[in-house]
Design a protein around this ligand. Structure first.
Ligand code: G6P
Length: 362
């Protein structure tokens, strides 16, 4: 049974390990034999008419939205903004003339996201819910639904739902861009890339021992830790920090690496872990120099870098994929670092204090 943790000590580890299979399942469900996305034309037609996409989500789903916005802008060339549902619900930004809403929600039940959807429906704006739970509230009430096919996610800390959300966004951005006749989308071989991602994820989950050693050496004692990166690497930094703080109670924050010197660098002390995510060629050198700046102030620097940008002493090296979908790989070591830090402290990895899997109150 899919909701059984079998020989695993915690669901979270099982769910991290399932990610390569989830990627393959998404390829099967959404990409036909010829690699063409199988997405309802009515959905694409409505999205094409939009002058702005609004992505709405909470927690990890919000973080998946940050990545999605860049994918939609790159491949479909539609301006896209991302909103925290509990903010959007009560302080609505000035909207464009033809908005299209994308709700991201593993459970499909988050109350603040639903609050936004009720308002969207009152205004008869078109919407899409991307969710793991068929017939969930957000799925029933939106105009369209795409499923994540990730299987039940039991651990409170979301892992495979995040990577499934990013993969579905990549497939949809490709489909929409192709529908619009855009070259960047035509050139993006999402089927091949997701196959590479699945193999890359497998290699990462197979190197658990190394990641466990890094966690116990660098993260078991400090009270604070920072993930830094630029662009997509910044988006992943936010998710990586959330994973670490929610299950290991290390006060972890993700930062745009260029912002460090505008304040946060004051927090760096001897041995503060600063983990750089380096998957984007345009900014790799800049993030590396930001890491050096923290090292000069005593930080213990670690790196998660794509192979084509890697240096000899990088801590964790990621197999290469298209840089636009690198979050699918860079997040995996961060999930494992959080898992092993929590495990090493003897905490209940699956049920962190004060947190719920699904937040159904506003
Ligand atoms: C809770 C969970 C998070 C999740 C968030 C949004 O805070 O602990 O893991 O990301 O809700 O949930 P949703 O089901 O809407 O994705």
């Amino acid at each position: 049974n899919a909701a059984d943790k079998g020989a695993y000590p915690f669901y979270m580890l099982k769910e991290i390990d399932e990610q390569p299979a989830v990627m393959r399942r998404l390829v099967q469900e959404y990409l036909g034999a010829n690699g063409k996305p199988q997405i309802d034309e009515k959905l694409l037609a409505q999205m094409q008419e939009a002058d702005h996409l609004y992505i709405v989500g909470a927690g990890t789903s919000y973080h998946a939205g940050l990545v999605g916005a860049r994918l939609f802008e790159r491949f479909a060339q539609i301006p896209t903004s991302v909103h925290i549902s509990s903010e959007f619900a009560y302080e609505q930004p000035l909207l464009s003339k033809k908005p299209f809403f994308i709700f991201l929600s593993q459970s499909g039940e988050t109350a603040d996201s639903r609050e936004v959807l009720v308002h969207v429906n009152e205004n008869k704006w078109p919407s899409l819910t991307i969710t793991n739970v068929d017939k969930s509230t957000l799925s029933r009430e939106a105009t369209h639904t795409l499923l994540l096919y990730a299987g039940p996610e039991i651990a409170v800390a979301s892992t495979k739902a995040y990577t499934a959300q990013v993969a579905v966004e990549a497939i949809l951005a490709k489909a929409l861009g192709e529908y619009l006749g855009l070259e960047a989308a035509q050139k993006f071989d999402v089927k091949d890339e997701l196959a590479k991602v699945a193999n890359g994820m497998q290699a990462l989950v197979d190197s658990k021992d190394e990641i466990e050693a890094i966690a116990s050496h660098a993260l078991s004692k400090p009270r604070n830790a920072f993930y830094i990166g630029r662009g997509l690497d910044w988006s992943v930094s936010l998710e990586a920090a959330l994973k670490l703080k929610e299950i290991s109670y290390v006060q972890a924050e993700g930062f745009a690496s260029g912002e460090l010197k505008h304040g946060t660098i004051a927090l760096i002390e001897k041995n503060t872990p600063v983990i750089g995510i380096i998957t984007q060629s345009r900014t790799a050198g800049l993030t590396r120099s930001n890491l050096e700046e923290t090292a000069a102030r005593g930080a213990n620097i670690l790196t998660i870098a794509s192979r084509h940008l890697a240096k000899e002493d990088d801590s964790i090296i990621l197999p290469d994929v298209d840089e636009m979908i690198s979050p699918l790989l860079s997040v995996v070591p961060a999930q494992l670092l959080a898992y092993y830090t929590s495990l090493g402290k003897g905490l209940d990895v699956d049920k962190p204090r004060n947190l719920a899997k699904s937040v159904t109150v506003q």
